[in-house]
Design a protein around this ligand. Structure first.
Ligand SMILES: Cc1ncc(COP(=O)(O)O)c(C=O)c1O
Length: 510
């Protein structure tokens, strides 16, 4: 017995939690600062915590009235009718409900690249396909209706994310109306405002009365600090609002989540405090980090750091968990969530050091690769050590980090040393060895003892160097050989595979 063919489905890979990382590093979870999932660093509102405790004893009954009450409260907040609020388990759940309601098998969803990973996943679950429009770094992640419409091809669903994850870029309300007016009748434009509270733009929910082809996603996971409860919603036009009753999973949102959300809405001071801190923190990152960043309307900032994976790994060793954006197709960047003021300042201090260290290690590795063949390799390493050395005083943590940086430096040099250089060094040593061997034979007959000893030493040392080179770099050559073989095999496999319109390569999650 097997499930249906799921080979086109990419598993969702969430960011790693604090406890998981703490276990890996063998440290107290409280010593870590988690800035990788755009969560609310202030936690939930105390009123929501009380509501959770108060509701605990009544979870033996279905959440009928909680669901109704929360729907009515949200509708009232936005000036809509209750039918227009599609409550769901997180905004993720609302994405699924819209897919259920709109996608017939084979229908297409148009989404941004890079973008949030759950859109294509949801499309595939509902037998739909994906096309993408670029939100590109070369264009400063700018989002413009005209650029999106240039890529639009009558898709059934068109998603825009504003503020955009991971770049933070935004689409103004006038651009959204241009989009709504520019698409065909059968296309629904979905505005994902998961980070809407942090933006200074008004919500597109205000446009719903006028446009019956706009739906807006909102969540309690971010500014309301309830990510763990999985509660969000879609606000939809009145004309097709009753579709919810036909497609939703019964009791779409659980009782505790509904009661907590109800309490959280009433505690707007907590939301305002969360927004204020995030707006301060995103500016602080942009001012204080000596790397390229982009303006963000969300509670996070995208930073270009050179080697995102190395920086995220090194930052983790120093106790700050950030998001490496390789899975978004941006391996040179990291995304840093806004923390409390204290967390944000600590993160900036640590990240500044880490970025400088990784940068120094990268530069050293690159210069080691570029340097002429004749120079002994250990002189490059000591040069890079000099660069790493004065950066800061070694603390136990720093030592771990430094060993990591050293290891990385070594691995990089090893990985990227040009094969040509290796071949030349090896050939030179082989010639030297042959020369020495010939001379030793000649010297024995001429009885020049000191010359014989010298030649024997040349013979011995070239042998030792050759053996060591083979030991250290030999596997690299094998790997490259292996890699070429694998790529050829992959190429053949992909030739026979059914083509898919896109992969989830450049989409990613929280
Ligand atoms: C752009 C975007 N949309 C939707 C979501 C889903 O949020 P949730 O399901 O937690 O409400 C996220 C979560 O990070 C997101 O980044």
């Amino acid at each position: 017995m097997q499930p249906r063919d799921l080979s086109a489905h990419e598993p969702y890979v969430p960011g790693r939690g604090t406890k998981e990382v703490a276990r890996e590093l063998g440290v107290d979870p409280d010593s870590l600062i988690k800035l990788s999932s755009n969560e609310n660093p202030h936690g939930p509102s105390p009123a929501a915590v009380d509501a959770i405790a108060d509701t605990a004893e009544t979870v033996n009954t279905y959440p009928k009235s909680s669901h109704t009450d929360l729907t009515a409260r949200i509708a009232d907040y936005w000036g809509l009718s209750s039918e227009q609020i599609w409550l769901s388990p997180g905004a993720d759940g609302a994405i699924d409900y819209l897919s259920r309601a709109f996608l017939s098998p084979g229908d297409t969803m148009l989404i941004s690249d890079p973008g949030f990973s759950y859109y294509p996943m949801s499309a595939r679950y509902h037998h739909g396909t994906i096309r993408t429009y670029p939100v590109s770094k070369t264009q400063h992640f700018r989002q413009r209706a005209s650029d999106i419409l240039a890529q639009y091809d009558n898709e059934r669903l068109l998603y825009v994310t504003t503020p955009h994850n991971p770049s933070g870029s935004e689409l103004s309300p006038s651009e959204i109306t241009t989009l709504a007016e520019g698409v065909d009748d059968h296309t629904l434009v979905v505005i994902d405002e998961a980070y809407g509270e942090y933006s200074t733009n008004p919500s597109a929910i205000e446009l719903i009365e006028e446009y019956n082809n706009i739906a807006v996603l909102r969540t309690f996971s971010k500014a309301y600090g309830l990510a763990g409860l999985r509660i969000g919603y879609a606000a939809v036009p009145e004309s097709w609002a009753d579709a919810y009753a036909r497609i939703n999973t019964p009791f779409a949102a659980n009782k505790i989540a509904c009661q907590a959300a109800l309490a959280a809405i009433e505690d707007q001071s907590h939301v305002e405090r969360s927004i204020e801190t995030a707006r301060w923190a995103r500016e602080y990152y942009r001012e204080e980090l000596d790397v390229r960043t982009w303006p963000s309307g969300g509670n996070f900032v995208l930073c270009e750091v050179g080697d995102g994976n190395a920086v995220a790994e090194a930052a983790k060793q120093e106790g700050v968990i950030i998001r490496d954006t390789t899975s978004f197709g941006l391996p040179e960047c990291v995304r840093i969530s806004c923390g409390t003021r204290e967390q944000t300042k600590t993160a900036v201090d640590i990240l500044s050091e880490v970025i400088a260290d990784v940068d120094a290690a990268t530069t050293a590795a690159e210069s080691a690769i570029e340097t002429e063949v004749g120079r002994p390799w250990h002189s490059h390493v000591s040069q890079s050590q000099e660069r790493l050395g004065p950066v800061r005083q070694p603390s136990p943590n720093t030592l771990i980090h430094r060993s990591y940086t050293w290891m990385m430096l070594f691995m990089r040099a090893r990985r990227s040393l040009p094969q040509g250089v290796m071949r030349n060094v090896t050939q030179l040593l082989l010639i030297l060895r042959q020369l020495a061997r010939g001379l030793v034979i000649g010297m024995v007959s001429s009885n020049h003892t000191w010359l014989i000893i010298l030649m024997l030493m040349v013979l011995l040392s070239s042998d030792v160097i050759l053996k060591s080179l083979n030991l250290v770099f030999g596997s690299q050559m094998n790997q490259q050989h292996q890699y070429r073989k694998t790529s050829r095999a992959k190429h053949l496999i992909s030739f026979f595979r059914k083509p898919s319109t896109t992969t989830a390569k450049n989409m990613s999650g929280r």
